[in-house]
Design a protein around this ligand. Structure first.
Ligand SMILES: NC(=O)c1ccc[n+]([C@@H]2O[C@H](COP(=O)([O-])OP(=O)(O)OC[C@H]3O[C@@H](n4cnc5c(N)ncnc54)[C@H](O)[C@@H]3O)[C@@H](O)[C@H]2O)c1
Length: 327
């Protein structure tokens, strides 16, 4: 069987594809797992990962013509990750609307036009929650996004819900916590500092903390998120029922706690590389995001969070020995 990963050259895209290729089996319950014939990774550029079953298709998700050519007779599933992330969508309204909203709509329409029920996993975000929130965000808390990115993600979820209700696709949306530690270069996400303050000092480079150290965030590791994305895609439609959007489990961590974990793993010298300097633009966005969730529904559906933040840092060290210096 064939599947499509949009944003397949991106951070989570590459990790999902690596996991799929490692398992070489796509489980779309209630059916038994089937061998993967081919994966099309759709993105504006090719990714680093290479495999005989992996094909990069370079294009723009906002162009419906390019999307049509992506589908095969045996395309059974799509992981839709292509997006411009929070900082970029906030800085460039038109780009965010075009990629995050128009691109999602075109993808849904193209999947619908195949005339069979394709399973589609949509990467939403906890940025759908913002503003005047309860102390604990629960499954039934109404999203109130405060930025263009969160609005675009919420509309995307609603489209996935309605296309599913109408029987056009078998859709499911997951609201992903902030993923830390993100390897490589910083991207346009306003939340990027949460990774920078761990990754950069581990590599012997300075990092800026642009928010108050008491600022709490809802986070999950790449490993945990990829496992949860695979689970979300695999679950039978009956496990989802009517509501097709879910808050994924994560950890609440203050930046102070994150830095304590950095110190526990890499010592005082790594910690000394982090400088606190407030950035009002980042503060404005991050302070509207939710940091405490009760994810009872997801836990009951078998999604699982990381153990604790130090384990996230240690997993990063294990996965990226090349990105470390001795402290
Ligand atoms: N990483 C996180 O912390 C996080 C948290 C919540 C939600 N998400 C969501 O998960 C998804 C993946 O995130 P990521 O961290 O891998 O981000 P990423 O920026 O690494 O990946 C997104 C990919 O989308 C591609 N893309 C952008 N515009 C495109 C276009 N016009 N056509 C085709 N592809 C295009 C980019 O080139 C990039 O490779 C995104 O939808 C993001 O909003 C991520």
């Amino acid at each position: 069987m064939h599947m499509i990963v949009t944003g397949g050259a991106g951070f989570l895209g590459q990790q999902c594809i690596a996991r799929l290729l490692k398992n070489d089996l796509l489980v779309l319950a209630p059916e038994a797992g089937k061998a993967i014939r081919s994966i099309s990774a759709f993105d504006v550029a090719e990714g680093a990962l290479q495999h005989p079953k992996l094909h990069y298709v370079v294009g723009d998700i906002a162009d419906p013509h390019q999307l049509r050519a992506l589908f095969c007779d045996d395309t059974v599933a799509i992981i839709h990750l292509a997006a411009v992330v929070s900082g970029t969508a906030e800085a460039d309204f038109d780009l965010g609307m075009r990629v995050n909203l128009d691109g999602t709509r075109h993808l849904l329409e193209t999947a619908r036009a195949q005339g069979r029920l394709i399973r589609l996993l949509y990467a939403s975000s906890i940025a759908v929650f913002g503003g005047d929130l309860p102390a604990m965000v629960r499954d039934e808390t109404t999203p109130t996004p405060q930025g263009s990115y969160g609005i675009q993600k919420y509309i995307g979820e609603q489209l996935v819900q309605d296309y599913t209700r109408r029987g056009f696709i078998d859709g499911r949306s997951v609201r992903i916590p902030t993923v830390v530690v993100r390897p490589g270069k910083p991207n346009g996400a306003a939340s990027g500092f949460a990774s920078n303050i761990i990754r950069e000092p581990l590599a012997g480079r300075p990092a800026l903390l642009p928010v108050d150290p008491a600022t709490a965030m809802w986070v999950a590791s790449p490993r945990a998120v990829v496992t949860m994305l695979m689970h979300a895609l695999s679950l039978a439609p009956s496990a989802w029922g009517w509501h097709r959007a879910i808050n994924l489990p994560g950890l609440t961590v203050t930046m102070q706690e994150a830095l304590a974990a950095l110190k526990a793993v890499a010592g005082e010298s790594a910690l000394a590389l982090v400088e606190h300097r407030a950035d009002p633009a980042v503060l404005r966005l991050v302070n509207t995001w939710a940091a405490r969730f009760d994810t009872a529904r997801a836990l009951a559906m078998g999604f699982a969070p990381d153990e604790h933040f130090e384990a996230i840092v240690r997993a990063y060290v294990e996965d990226h020995p090349e990105a470390l210096v001795d402290h």
